[in-house]
Design a protein around this ligand. Structure first.
Ligand SMILES: Cc1cc2nc3c(=O)[nH]c(=O)nc-3n(C[C@H](O)[C@H](O)[C@H](O)COP(=O)(O)OP(=O)(O)OC[C@H]3O[C@@H](n4cnc5c(N)ncnc54)[C@H](O)[C@@H]3O)c2cc1C
Length: 443
């Protein structure tokens, strides 16, 4: 009898899981293993919303494995020694894991390699639709601009999407930790797990995506991001299914999944971009001022669209992409504060909080990343008129303004009477670019 360990990380699913599939092909018995690594908590990554979602994912995966003859084994500790202990207990012949893109994942892989040598098998293509590094511009190790990346990405060969295993034998009697209990911070968190993610995807009206994905009040994006972050859904499978479905909605959706791959290939090549400017613009950000940054975090800037986004984040642990862009631009460009302040706050709350997508989107907005127009400022008033023309999104999230009809809700300072309890604007609405322009000497 041979035994393989499938060390699962951000691939908590049965469908289209290259790691699980390879482990099943390699041995008679398979131990699907998840290690609760204190390094993740130490890096600030075990935020309550994601910890709660993760607990759902682990419970769900175990429940899906059991009818197949398997189960999920949980261990605690740094991943490499914890896996090595289990491998020694069970005389495992091989260990399988997905290739990751962060510095943490790369260090974990090195530590596993040191423990297992040739017995370690690292599988590409688990986390993204196109493997980071599979398409590169001539002479470079990654694409720094999305449009040419997307062209190359669209032509890249795609791997076959795998079915879930039909059966999987995990030996009895292996000690396992319980799934850790976790209280979410946000009251309206979605349920985690592969089955919840697949249900959402099956019911998602993809055809509406092209027309409605920028409409804040319509709330018509897929909300699949946390399921993609934890790998409850496979990006490769979503791309394949969307392309099969066809049409404008599917094409626009696939483009967003390519953005996800784009950021992953940047981070894989430049892991330091999670914490340092990808392109240094010589910024000397204003200090982390209590009043302004606190107002931004609390959704009390006096700019209704910004405040609506920040309050949605607190309540749901999720924010619409367009609101993420506006709130991030407001912090970095209008208040001229370091993108890392905002990225940290988002990571504390986002259920889809993801090092590649969060840090590199923040850098994109701050102009220190891959945006080819680094000094653009998203004006929250113009954005509000375009993305929330009737003001319904703002009224949903800012109760102090719920009585203000139509788009007047976006400029409460113009109303005859300022709405009770709602703050005055933090900065002059006519000078939203002033600090950035002065700091980057743009005039
Ligand atoms: C400042 C800022 C921070 C962000 N932080 C994160 C984060 O931590 N985690 C995260 O998954 N996304 C992040 N995004 C990207 C994007 O906002 C979310 O992926 C999207 O809002 C999730 O909602 P959805 O699943 O309904 O997206 P949909 O519009 O339905 O898109 C489908 C999928 O495509 C991917 N995607 C969509 N837009 C982007 C994008 N701009 N960049 C990368 N991938 C994208 C996501 O995986 C998403 O689930 C951030 C964007 C900004 C501007």
């Amino acid at each position: 009898m041979s035994l393989a360990i499938a060390l699962l990380t951000q691939d908590l699913r049965l469908h289209d899981n290259p790691v699980l599939r390879a482990a099943c092909a390699a041995a008679d018995e398979v131990v699907p293993l998840f290690v609760l690594d204190p390094g993740i908590a130490a890096a600030g990554f075990a935020a309550p919303n994601r910890a709660a979602f993760l607990a759902d994912c682990l419970t769900d995966l175990d429940a899906s494995l059991r009818p197949l003859g398997g189960r999920l084994v949980l261990r605690r500790g740094p991943a490499a020694p914890a896996t090595a202990r289990l491998a020694a207990e069970l005389h495992a012949a091989s260990v399988h894991v997905a290739a990751g893109v962060s510095a943490f994942a790369q260090r974990r892989e090195q530590a596993l390699r040191a423990e297992f040598g040739e017995r370690l098998h690292v599988h590409d293509g688990s986390l993204t639709a196109v493997v980071p590094g599979a398409v590169t511009p001539a002479g470079k190790d990654h694409y720094a601009v999305f449009t040419p990346y997307f062209r190359a990405w669209s032509q890249a060969p795609r791997r076959t999407v795998h079915r879930p295993p039909k059966a999987l034998r995990t030996p009895d009697g292996i000690a396992s930790e319980p799934v850790p209990a976790a209280e979410p911070q946000s009251p309206a968190l979605p349920p985690g797990g592969e089955r919840a993610g697949r249900r959402l995807w099956r019911r998602y009206p993809l055809d509406r995506y092209a027309d409605l994905h920028d409409d804040l009040a319509a709330d018509a994006t897929s909300r699949l991001s946390p399921y993609l972050h934890f790998g409850c859904l496979s990006a490769a499978a979503l791309v394949a299914e969307a392309l099969r479905h066809g049409g404008e909605g599917a094409e626009a959706f696939v483009r967003q999944l390519a953005w996800r791959d784009f950021h992953h290939q940047v981070l894989a090549a430049r892991p330091g971009a999670a914490h340092h400017a990808y392109r240094d613009r010589g910024d000397h950000w204003l200090p982390e001022d209590d009043e302004e940054c606190a107002a931004w975090r609390a959704g009390r800037t006096g700019f209704p669209l910004v405040d609506a986004g920040m309050r949605q984040l607190a309540h749901e642990g999720w924010m619409h992409n367009r609101a993420r862009l506006v709130t991030a631009s407001f912090l970095t460009k209008t208040l001229y504060r370091d993108w890392r302040i905002g990225a940290r706050h988002f990571l504390r709350l986002l259920v889809d909080g993801d090092l590649a997508n969060n840090q590199l989107n923040w850098q994109w907005v701050a102009g220190t990343g891959t945006d080819t127009r680094p000094n653009r400022v998203l004006n929250p008033l113009a954005q509000a008129d375009r993305l929330d023309p009737d003001g319904a999104y703002v009224r949903r999230w800012v109760p102090e303004l719920a009585h203000v009809p139509g788009r007047a809700v976006h400029r409460p300072w113009l109303l005859d009477e300022h709405p009770a309890g709602y703050p005055e604007p933090l900065v002059d609405p006519a000078a939203l670019s002033a600090r950035l322009r002065a700091a980057r000497a743009l005039d």
